[in-house]
Design a protein around this ligand. Structure first.
Ligand SMILES: Cc1cc2nc3c(=O)[nH]c(=O)nc-3n(C[C@H](O)[C@H](O)[C@H](O)COP(=O)(O)OP(=O)(O)OC[C@H]3O[C@@H](n4cnc5c(N)ncnc54)[C@H](O)[C@@H]3O)c2cc1C
Length: 446
């Protein structure tokens, strides 16, 4: 039940990470929260139609794990109970980056590996148990409805996918978490509202992934190995991570149209062609469970809602519907969780100021989430742009930041590697890579 009511009903579109986490937050401030999801209710963890990326490796960054645990206490224990594997960065995880292995280091952060469907399942179970949240499965949001002033969203027209029946559902607040395929921009145009500027970067990238049975006699110091391509000459990467059920999730990835195959011989051949043999050596001893799946990621898109002067009242948008960066850096769930916390902070401020007016949330919310996206987007596209074939507008600072990051990545120093992980996991801001100790180790001592 809400601890302070700011509205009667909030409707969230989509029950991916952004939808479930924002629903969890809104439940503290609205009498009733309805989440509309076009997929059927997933009873067991497994890939589902609405999120085809569920077939691929999903790492959970440390800052995302913390945000999830703050929003949904006990989630990490649940994950461990369901078979997630913990691993200490710098000790159990080996990462080949920019042509070098990051060196091992002491006191690394502990991270958890599980499949995306398992993580979503555990979160969904927790969120579904919240009294005032109701998830309507098998229903699609068709469009939003404006009030007579034409300035505020006051309803969502929802279609029951099985019967085709349509109904209008009223809400004080609507939050679009329908993912990268959102049709929000079309709707804004139809309402005569401005649409956000888009930053578009086209790395023409693809994943092929599958589950593999870990060989019975498998013994290695490393629980997970990740090999990233060295741009621009190398376009291929590959990784395995341990997930629930004693399996590896294995992904091969290729930039610039160098797509990894989805038949096993071609897939193994692709892994064999990586600059280091470690991933191939492991996976070639394991047996594929089921099929390999492909995901083509032609372009990354960031929509700058924070720049808009006019936006419908009573409407918010978050998650991949705002920004979908190259997934190679494992940021999307973490970004969604940090955005949910930004929403929580804003609503809590309303409560503490005794301000019950929620129609003006969008401006402040978009500015808050832009701070998160400036970092995540900057990190991801910085790597994409290393390939001359990547289309998009390179920032003026690209050459210098690239030179700096290449020095950091190739420093072969344990302290630098530890700090680099902390930045990649959003635990520390990128500026920490410019600390005197790190600069000395990366630029002078080497
Ligand atoms: C190949 C790949 C690998 C990735 N790897 C990682 C990783 O390692 N780590 C990480 O953190 N992130 C990763 N991501 C990103 C991550 O999957 C997303 O950022 C994250 O899931 C947040 O997405 P979301 O909730 O905004 O949207 P989605 O997960 O796309 O969820 C949108 C939901 O809305 C529903 N929906 C859509 N339209 C409607 C409608 N009209 N009506 C009702 N329901 C609707 C969909 O069915 C779906 O359930 C990866 C992405 C890809 C593509």
């Amino acid at each position: 039940m809400p601890h302070r009511e700011l509205g009667k009903r909030a409707i969230v579109i989509g029950s991916g990470f952004a939808g479930l986490l924002s629903g969890r937050v809104l439940a503290d401030y609205f009498t009733e929260v309805t989440i509309i999801e076009r997929d059927a209710e997933p009873k067991e963890p497994g890939p589902r139609k609405g999120v085809p990326q569920g077939h691929h490796i999903h790492v959970l960054l440390k800052a995302g794990e913390k945000a999830l645990s703050d929003l949904v206490p006990g989630i990490v224990d649940d994950l461990l109970q369901k078979g997630a594997t913990n691993a200490v960065l710098g000790k159990d995880v080996r990462w080949h980056l920019a042509g070098n292995w990051l060196p091992p280091f002491k006191n690394g952060m502990t991270t958890f590996f599980q499949s995306r469907p398992m993580l979503e399942h555990v979160l969904r179970s927790q969120v579904s148990r919240i009294d005032n949240i109701n998830i309507q499965y098998g229903r699609r949001s068709l469009h939003y409805g404006l009030d007579p002033t034409g300035k505020k969203v006051e309803s969502v027209t929802v279609q029951d996918i099985a019967t085709g029946e349509e109904s209008e559902q009223k809400a004080d607040l609507v939050l679009d978490a329908s993912g990268a395929g959102t049709d929000l921009l079309k709707q804004l145009s139809a309402f005569n509202f401005p649409i956000p500027r888009e930053s578009v970067v086209e790395p023409d990238f693809a994943y092929s992934s599958g589950f593999f049975e870990i060989p019975e006699n498998w013994q290695d110091k490393w629980k997970s190995i990740l090999i990233y391509p060295k741009a621009p000459e190398g376009t291929r990467g590959g990784a395995f991570v341990p997930v629930e059920g004693g399996k590896w999730m294995v992904t091969a990835a290729g930039y610039c149209g160098d797509y990894p195959p989805t038949e096993i011989d071609g897939f193994l051949g692709f892994l064999k062609s990586l600059p280091e043999p470690d991933v191939f050596n492991a996976v070639s001893q394991a047996s594929l469970i089921g099929d390999l799946h492909s995901f083509k990621f032609k372009k990354a898109v960031r929509r700058h809602f924070e720049e808009l002067k006019h936006f419908p009242k009573g409407l918010l948008v978050m998650g991949d519907a705002v920004c979908r960066a190259n997934p190679f850096f494992g940021q999307g769930i973490t970004v969604a969780a940090l955005e949910a916390q930004a929403l929580q902070k804003l609503l809590e401020q309303k409560v503490s100021k005794g301000d019950p007016y929620i129609d003006n949330l969008a401006g402040g919310f978009f500015k808050e989430i832009a701070k998160v996206l400036d970092i995540s987007w900057g990190m991801a596209v910085g790597e994409d742009f290393k390939y001359p074939a990547t289309k998009g507008k390179r920032p003026g600072s690209f050459a210098i930041t690239r030179w700096f990051k290449d020095k950091i990545m190739s420093a072969n120093d344990p302290d630098v590697a530890n700090q680099f992980y902390k930045v990649m996991h959003f635990v520390d801001k990128p500026i920490k890579l410019a600390k005197p100790n790190i600069l000395y180790r990366a630029f002078i001592k080497r």
